[in-house]
Write a protein that binds this ligand. Structure first.
Ligand SMILES: Cc1cc2nc3c(=O)[nH]c(=O)nc-3n(C[C@H](O)[C@H](O)[C@H](O)COP(=O)(O)OP(=O)(O)OC[C@H]3O[C@@H](n4cnc5c(N)ncnc54)[C@H](O)[C@@H]3O)c2cc1C
Length: 451
């Protein structure tokens, strides 16, 4: 049983009962486990006694995606191919635009199901796909605990304004039973014999996207790896989650790349977490990150169209940053110097190295990393573009609502005014001395040197 609030009928067309199969176009929720859209599609296939066809498009262009992101996604797809086969469901993976592949595979269906993405580009391709549909299309929202528009019907300015709205509704959604029933009408022989995906290496060669010299050796894509990391977190790290800000330790779940690609569900993460005896304040702080901040980010990119532009920065912060534009900068670095970890600040260089090598930065260092780019740029507007560029290029969890929210946070959004400082005005400032005072920061440097 899944809650109706997750389900939206996107057009006025009816089912085509002569269709050959129920079709699910997978895009945002790249998993089987705790996938509400898949659950819905299987149930519909059983109701109609039709097989289920799952489609996936490898888009030749996805904003800011490069070989690092695609490779991680392909690792996940290889797992899905095996798992769908075991379920008796055919997965057709094709190179091409989402809307083209949707149109091609949806046309012979009884009805079609899609999942939900929260970025402008995802919304655009999904809307275009629905326009081309010849049958009923149903959207099922699966990558959040509380469906975004049900949690709040407006842009929320702070975590504190959305927290209760999410917490009040969380149990209602955690009570859904998502055990996927056996598919009655199995696809024993191929319905569409034209899957394009051979192996991840071959697929990578076909792409015409920017090639990063390295794919990440630190993050292997796919649900089994995500689940393994979740278990390591629950066995070895969560009990010290209150010390997670210390960059010399690695006490967080490292799940953000998997959550970004929909390779694991936040609901499954919570369900596995609460099976353990965890101190209530620690559990609350983990849920605050995973549900409150993560779902605030989805509220942000849903209701703020310009989530990656200067206009999303609040007026008070813009005024402060503009007022201090003429302040003397101790250092101004070019994008190239930043990208090559060539600043005077060894802490910052280490954070950038962590990003380039692993595809992720420790959260506290990520805040410091963002703040310093503002300090070392001639104009905060330039800094905003640089931050988005570097985060989206190197982070496997980049190109995500969380990234756009947190980058905006560096410029004062979702935050409050602090005491006045050069360059930043009343926008929160971070110093290297703060890192030295709070943490054994040289241990972080040593850890990164060993990468
Ligand atoms: C400048 C900057 C850029 C960032 N860019 C991204 C990004 O591109 N993608 C991304 O997922 N996160 C981003 N973050 C937020 C945060 O750094 C990561 O979500 C977190 O470090 C992921 O590590 P984890 O999975 O081990 O986190 P955990 O502490 O284990 O948290 C579990 C999950 O909660 C969510 N979460 C945790 N912290 C935050 C947060 N501050 N905001 C929103 N959700 C959160 C994530 O989905 C995370 O995987 C950014 C932060 C900053 C300051």
């Amino acid at each position: 049983m899944i809650r109706n609030e997750r389900i939206k009928i996107l057009n006025n067309l009816s089912e085509n009962l002569n269709g050959k199969y129920v079709f699910y176009m997978m895009q945002a929720s790249q998993r089987i486990s705790y996938n509400h859209a898949l659950f819905y599609a299987v149930n519909e296939a059983n109701r109609l006694n039709k097989p289920l066809l799952v489609g996936f498009s490898i888009m030749p262009y996805f904003p800011n995606a490069n070989t690092r992101h695609y490779y991680f996604m392909f690792e996940g797809l290889e797992e899905l191919i095996k798992d769908f086969k075991n379920m008796g469901v055919e997965l057709v993976i094709k190179f091409g635009n989402y809307e083209d592949i949707f149109e091609m595979l949806s046309k012979d269906s009884v009805l079609s199901v899609i999942d939900k993405g929260y970025l402008r580009f995802q919304r655009k391709i999904m809307e275009e796909a629905v326009k081309r549909a010849k049958v009923k299309v149903v959207e099922v929202e699966s990558d959040v605990v509380v469906p975004v528009e049900y949690a709040s019907n407006k842009k929320e300015p702070y975590a504190r304004t959305i927290r209760n709205k999410l917490m009040d509704k969380m149990d209602y959604f955690l009570a859904e039973n998502l055990e996927i029933p056996e598919i009655r009408n199995k696809a024993y022989s191929s319905i569409k014999k034209d899957s394009d995906f051979g192996s991840k290496e071959e697929a990578l060669k076909r792409l015409k996207v920017e090639k990063l010299s390295s794919v990440s050796k630190f993050f292997k894509g796919g649900y089994p790896e995500a689940f393994k990391r979740l278990n390591v977190f629950l066995k070895e790290k969560i009990y010290n989650y209150d010390k997670r800000n210390d960059p010399s330790e690695n006490l967080t779940s490292d799940l953000s790349p998997y959550l970004h690609f929909g390779q694991i569900s936040p609901i499954e993460v919570i369900k596995e977490t609460v099976k353990n005896k965890i101190q209530p304040d620690i559990l609350d702080s983990f849920i605050d990150e995973l549900v409150v901040w993560r779902e605030l980010a989805r509220n942000f990119t849903t209701y703020e169209k310009e989530y990656d532009k200067q206009s999303c920065i609040p007026d008070w912060a813009k005024k402060e940053l503009d007022f201090h534009l003429k302040d003397k900068r101790g250092y101004v670095y070019s994008l190239k110097q930043l990208e090559n970890c060539s600043t005077h600040d060894e802490y910052w260089n280490a954070a950038q190295k962590e990003l380039v090598s692993t595809g992720k930065i420790h959260n506290y260092m990520r805040m410091y990393w963002g703040k310093k780019i503002i300090e070392w740029s001639k104009d905060w507007r330039e800094a905003l573009d640089i931050l988005i560029y570097l985060n989206d290029k190197y982070a496997i969890d980049g190109r995500d609502p969380n990234g756009y929210l947190n980058i905006a946070w560096c410029f004062g959004k979702f935050d409050r005014p602090f005491f006045e400082m050069p360059i930043f005005g009343k926008v929160r400032y971070m110093s290297s001395r703060g890192l030295e005072r709070k943490f054994n920061i040289s241990e972080y440097i040593d850890r990164i040197k060993k990468l």
